[in-house]
Write a protein of this length. Sequence first.
Length: 280
Amino acid sequence: MEHLGNSIEFISLNIKNMSENLIVPTMAEMMAKGEQPEVLFWVGCSGSFDDRAKKITKAFVRILNRANVSFAVLGAEESCTGDPAKRAGNEFAFQMQAMMNIQVFDAYEVKKIVTACPHCFNTLKNEYPELGGKYEVVHHTEFLKSLLDSGRLTIEGGQFKGKKITFHDPCYLGRANKIYEAPRDLIQKLDAELVEMKRSKANGLCCGAGGAQMFKEPEKGNKDINMERTEEALQTKPDIIAAGCPFCNTMLTDGVKFNHKEGEVQVLDVAELIANAQDL
């Protein structure tokens, strides 16, 4: 708990420091101006601290800037959702984290939240309401799809035209929340060839990070789950393995490296695909 508490003060992803070109206001700054953003972007611990996941965060922010979306982050006021504590069995730590976040949300009168992490998405959407935190929560692939549908964002195939892309369904996006089509619709807008793994959508396989397994060595067995899943992805002979979760991204990247395919196969988030296609 102390570790989580200490982290709170540092989850300030100061995205502004990542690139001079990104416009990322905080909720505090917007409130000081008397403004309310259209949506709160919940960055999450991975998107704040993990060097690989920061690239996903930046890609999503570039898209939001391009689409002229009024959004804000919490900056130093953002804490962990408490998801890892809950999955590891510490309900008390989870509720402490959640109640602190709910107080911050309510102080800023937050109504809608978007996040690029399905773990945060699932926790905020399905587990905060019973503690009094009721908000409209959307995954970034859903949000990007809505921007496309409303004409606020346009996508052209660009560098991904004709590329073979397979999409890995994150557990908390797919099986837990039945969101299968939004990320696939976005990939197909890139004029890419979408190829499915033998286990996909409702029959998808975990990347190996779920249930707080991300933070520990796996139990003894015949094969690590991320190796099994990466092998399934590589069987489709893809140019790119697409994901919609920073944890999945890490596990699949490790699997690609284990199979010595990092020179041939990229692992990219859907937001990165769109940002790169637009040369943002």
